[in-house]
Design a protein around this ligand. Structure first.
Ligand SMILES: CC(=O)N[C@H]1[C@@H](OP(=O)(O)OP(=O)(O)OC[C@H]2O[C@@H](n3ccc(=O)[nH]c3=O)[C@H](O)[C@@H]2O)O[C@H](CO)[C@@H](O)[C@@H]1O[C@H](C)C(=O)N[C@@H](C)C(=O)N[C@H](CCC(=O)O)C(=O)O
Ligand SMILES: Nc1ncnc2c1ncn2[C@@H]1O[C@H](COP(=O)(O)OP(=O)(O)OP(=O)(O)O)[C@@H](O)[C@H]1O
Ligand SMILES: N[C@H](CCC[C@H](N)C(=O)O)C(=O)O
Ligand SMILES: [Mg+2]
Length: 488
């Protein structure tokens, strides 16, 4: 329960019909969730337009309507508020309704095409081990201390986000580490939040279906840093060519990390093996369990952020060296006959190149590398041929298969991937629509010592076909195939 004028604090109002001195029971942007006494925010979406549901919301008991465009006729005793941008207003109102939880916790946001989950999860685990109460908002799961709350998005909607943050505050959390996706920034899901720090990992090809141009995608990520206040830190990756662009207009204090460039936090890779990384990090040699140069970059971001949050260098490195990464990120198992199977969430051309070049660096070159890869439906189509091409460039054999086809025809997605297979690579490519069958085939083709990479779905425990999700787990299927190989 809160008073409307308090909920509207900080919102750019254009016109108000009725009194703002009324109590509101809840804030909703989905008419299907509206109950008696609610405030309904009408938002223009990508599929539909919330303005079409104003009438339904009123019928279900909404007494306040916040919208970009006022309806032609007003209903008695309903309060109408016209705002400049209903999406932005929702973020601000959600924060007000839940009494600004982000101001009562040290909230650190991580953005970038790849590495968000890894960095956020490592920070969560590190700060737990340092003895703090901590929250995590991530693609894999949300956490409040040890309690797991399933996640629906990488960055939840403003209502879910503020409820989560408020629960973290109630349960005494000192910190929250959250992923900030470019969709969330563009759709103002993080509007109204106060961040203690922001971290940029990298920006490469993804989500052009939504942002349309790479330039827009950069601008969306940069807007997160533009919105930080001067008491926050903004930590960027100088190895990424757009790393400094992110900080151009931020009021926050600027800090940098890099493996290849001059930076406030520096590291060098001494060794990169299947068993882990050996790094020189700020002039101290440390072993880590994570694999791959991209993880050296992620670890450095975590280390830099921890120091910016005033933690002790030696304690941080001691704990970090013992941590595993996030589920489904370079997650590998070895079959009884010595086949190495890696499950990884690489779903962009850059991530695939990073994972496969890591494999290439640490293999002995006598073994065969088999990559199983698909592309998600209803997502950026332009990355499809590029992902197939990158997989072919770095593998001896590639099986093109389905990821989450969602509402698209899986065969058509595979056809669009095949466009990226050059004539010389045709002979190394098989197409098997059924992902389970694709994994089984790879296991039968592999000889002891060979490496199988299953890319794209990582931790996901489902496959979405025609809008229906059924249980599907790459790692479980791989483990089953390995057991069967062992018993043959
Ligand atoms: C493309 C996109 O981001 N869509 C998100 C968006 O939905 P939308 O704009 O399509 O909404 P819409 O269906 O057009 O509806 C418009 C408005 O009408 C309302 N409505 C609709 C129907 C009705 O009966 N009544 C009603 O009031 C809706 O609640 C909404 O407010 O807003 C919804 C509420 O916040 C999100 O759930 C939804 O995420 C969809 C499910 C999604 O798949 N999003 C992905 C792309 C996404 O956000 N991914 C990023 C990670 C990307 C990364 O890897 O970096 C993430 O943060 O998860
Ligand atoms: N710093 C990095 N640079 C490039 N690729 C990376 C990096 N970190 C991880 N990857 C690759 O990207 C994949 C996804 O990593 P992660 O889940 O941490 O990223 P994310 O940004 O959270 O992705 P999403 O946008 O889907 O939430 C990993 O499985 C790995 O293949
Ligand atoms: N957060 C990413 C995840 C992609 C994972 C891949 N398995 C897919 O379904 O496309 C997205 O929503 O684009
Ligand atoms: Mg993520």
């Amino acid at each position: 329960m809160a008073v409307l004028k308090d909920i509207l604090y900080g919102v750019a109002l254009e016109h108000v019909v009725g009194s703002t001195d009324v109590e509101v029971t809840a804030v909703h942007f989905d008419s299907r969730k509206v109950a008696e006494g609610s405030l309904f925010v009408a938002i223009k979406g990508t599929v539909s337009d919330g303005h079409l549901f104003i009438k339904t919301a009123i019928d279900k008991g909404a007494k306040v309507i916040v919208c970009d465009t006022l309806p032609n006729a007003f209903e008695d005793s309903i309060i109408y508020v016209k705002v400049a941008d209903a999406g932005k207003a929702l973020g601000i109102m959600a924060a007000n309704f839940y009494q600004q939880p982000s101001k009562k916790i040290k909230l650190v946001g991580i953005t970038g095409t790849n590495g968000k989950t890894t960095v956020a999860t490592l920070l969560y685990k590190l700060f737990r081990e340092l003895g703090f109460k901590v929250g995590l908002i991530s693609t894999v799961e949300n956490q409040i201390n040890d309690k797991i709350i399933p996640s629906t998005h990488t960055t939840p909607d403003p209502i879910a986000l503020n409820i989560l943050l408020n629960d973290m505050v109630i349960l005494g959390c000192d910190y929250c580490f959250m992923e900030v996706s470019s969709h969330a920034i563009a759709q103002h899901r993080i509007e109204g939040l106060t961040f203690t720090g922001g971290i940029f990992t990298n920006i490469t090809h993804d989500h052009l279906d939504f942002h349309l141009t790479f330039d827009n995608y950069i601008k969306a990520k940069k807007a997160f840093f533009d919105g930080l206040n001067k008491s926050a830190f903004a930590l960027t990756n100088t190895d990424d060519k757009n790393g400094m662009v992110m900080l151009q207009n931020t009021a926050a204090h600027k800090k940098t990390y890099g493996l290849k460039t001059l930076a406030d936090f520096k590291a060098k890779i001494i060794e990169n093996q299947f068993s882990g990384l050996h790094l020189d990090i700020d002039n101290q040699e440390v072993y880590f369990k994570l694999v791959g140069s991209f993880n050296a970059s992620n670890l450095l971001a975590v280390y830099g952020a921890a120091l910016l949050l005033d933690q002790d260098k030696t304690k941080v490195l001691t704990i970090l060296s013992k941590l595993n990464g996030a589920e489904g990120r370079f997650d590998y198992i070895i079959s009884p006959n010595g086949i190495i199977g890696i499950v990884d969430y690489a779903h962009t051309p850059d991530a695939i190149e990073n994972v496969l070049s890591t494999v290439d660096n640490i293999r002995s070159k006598t073994e065969t590398v088999i990559t199983i890869i698909g592309c998600g439906g209803d997502r950026d189509k332009t990355k499809r041929p590029l992902m197939a091409q990158t997989a072919c460039d770095w593998s001896d054999k590639v099986i093109l298969t389905s990821d989450n086809p969602r509402t698209e025809n899986p065969e058509q997605i595979i056809k669009e991937m095949q466009v990226g297979v050059s004539p010389v690579n045709q002979k190394k490519v098989l197409s098997i629509t059924d992902r389970k069958e694709a994994i089984r085939t790879a296991c039968h083709l592999a000889k002891p010592g060979d490496i199988i990479l299953i890319a794209g779905k990582g931790h996901e425990k489902y496959q979405e076909v025609n809008g229906v999700r059924t249980h599907f787990d790459d790692k479980e299927i791989l483990a089953d195939c390995f057991i069967q190989l062992g018993s043959n």
